[in-house]
Design a protein around this ligand. Structure first.
Ligand SMILES: Nc1ncnc2c1ncn2[C@@H]1O[C@H](COP(=O)(O)OP(=O)(O)O)[C@@H](O)[C@H]1O
Ligand SMILES: [Mg+2]
Length: 445
């Protein structure tokens, strides 16, 4: 597979044609299907990097197709095509594992940018998960250390632990760079020649888990016609990266704990235990203290083992890194088209935005801007409008007192859980006045 392979599932023939012709011109291999059933069937014989999936399909709807597709091929990236007013299903589909969604009518440039980026990331990812990973990480990894004070402890710790075999836990919001930091630690360690195996704990189910993780001997259960090497065993002499560890259920955490402590495991159907030599790196986007308190994580998972914690702060807490990262992502752009510079105004907008999706969101914005830009330099127009909007909102001078009053009432009501007598006390007005204001501002409608 050298070209990116795309499957477009849409019941509208003209959309299928449009995607087919435009994407082929861009060097992507496109297959189309007019229904969810037809699309799913293709997965029996073919592999696709990216699927463009219409959410509004007759019979089997898009979200259902997405679910089944992810079961058949968890690594395929799916981008949903949604109609106006489908936001709820779009959000549902993200929860079901879709990568992104785009609303009809869409600009071809925009969808092309999304698809190209998805192809690229999918390739990077499967390279690591697939065969190549067993020989070690061959592809170059563009890891960059940026200047913020906030990241210093993380870089320093990563460097220190790389030289050891100690178990590391990387914590940070999604998109802060946990995966790449784990890879970086592996590369800088003496296990660099060994495999780097990623296990996405969110995908583990109780049943799947044991044989996927530990492998099984031939005939261990009906259907086990061959001996199978588990992921855990594949990581021997290398690093096992347990991503989103907070997503395994408590029962599995318990079973896992023994392996983590001893590196001993038993293949399904065998009686003897085997011993591995594996470095373990864990990652979670949960706030650990909270997760432990709520009982989502077992305390002993962390406290019985020697674990070094590395915390990756969100991008909004290190805005001074935005410029460094934006330039880096622009240089890294593998399609080698478009500009390599960012205008001062565009940079201002990037720096003012709070980046809820962290580095991943920044990278995606930069890649899209590089494709959309009309000149050598990325100007503000090439950035998605909500970034600039955000800046306007934050220093919008044209707000009336009424706007501010409404916002304040809303905030107090949120704080009091909607309790109007408490809220009126805090606001220093009587309940009747508050009631009127709620009515005037249509707060609850
Ligand atoms: N230090 C870094 N240097 C270069 N790219 C980075 C760095 N940190 C994060 N990224 C990029 O940001 C994106 C998100 O990183 P990732 O490791 O997947 O985050 P997480 O696992 O925390 O969700 C990826 O595209 C990654 O390549
Ligand atoms: Mg991750």
């Amino acid at each position: 597979m050298s070209r990116g392979s795309i499957l477009a599932i849409d019941d509208e023939q003209n959309i299928r044609h449009l995607i087919e012709s435009e994407f082929s011109m861009e060097g992507l291999a496109v297959t189309t299907a007019g229904s969810g059933e037809e699309g799913l069937k293709l997965f029996d014989t073919e592999e696709f990097d990216v699927v463009l999936l219409d959410i509004n399909l007759p019979k089997l709807n898009g979200v259902e197709v997405l679910k089944r597709l992810k079961q058949k091929s968890p690594d395929t990236e799916v981008i949903m095509i949604t109609g106006y007013g489908d936001i709820k299903s779009a959000v549902d589909s993200i929860k079901q594992g879709a990568r992104d969604y785009i609303t009809k009518p869409f600009k071809l440039d925009e969808i092309l940018a999304l698809v190209k980026q998805a192809v690229k990331e999918n390739r990077d990812h499967s390279k690591i998960k697939g065969e190549a990973s067993e020989k070690g990480l061959e592809e170059s990894l563009d890891y960059i250390n940026c200047p913020s004070q906030a990241m210093r402890p993380a870089y320093a710790l990563a460097k220190k632990v790389a030289a050891t075999d100690i178990t590391v836990l990387i914590q940070g919001e999604t998109g802060t760079g946990k995966d790449v930091m784990a890879k970086q630690i592996h590369r800088q360690s003496k296990r660099n020649d060994g495999p780097f195996i990623i296990l996405d704990c969110g995908l583990l189910t109780q049943n799947l888990a044991e044989s996927e993780l530990y492998g099984h001997r031939k005939g261990a259960f009906s259907g086990a016609s061959e001996r199978k090497l588990g992921l855990v065993e594949k990581s021997n002499n290398g690093t096992l990266f347990l991503d989103e560890i907070g997503n395994i259920d408590l029962e599995l955490q318990k079973k896992f704990l023994r392996f983590l402590e001893t590196r001993r495991f038993r293949r399904v159907g065998e009686t003897q235990e085997s011993q591995l030599d594996t470095r373990i790196i864990l990652a979670t986007n949960m706030n650990l203290q909270e997760a432990l308190k709520k009982g989502d994580l077992r305390e002993d998972l962390f406290y019985r083992m020697d674990v070094i914690q590395i915390y990756l702060p969100p991008l909004r807490e290190r805005p001074e890194d935005i410029e460094c990262l934006a330039r880096h992502f622009l240089q890294e752009d593998t399609f080698e088209i478009g500009p390599k510079r960012i205008s001062g105004d565009a940079l201002k907008i990037l720096t003012a935005y709070p980046w809820p999706g962290n580095l991943r969101e920044l990278k995606s914005v930069i890649n899209k801007a590089a494709i959309l830009a009309d000149s050598e330099i990325i100007m503000p127009q090439a950035l998605p409008s909500h970034l600039a909007l955000n800046k306007e909102v934050r220093c919008r001078p044209s707000r009336t007192l009424k706007d501010i009053e409404k916002e304040h009432i809303l905030k107090v009501l949120e704080e009091t859980g909607g309790n109007q007598s408490k809220a009126s006390e805090i606001l220093g007005i009587n309940r009747k006045t508050l009631y009127k204001k709620i009515h005037t501002y249509k707060i609850f409608s």
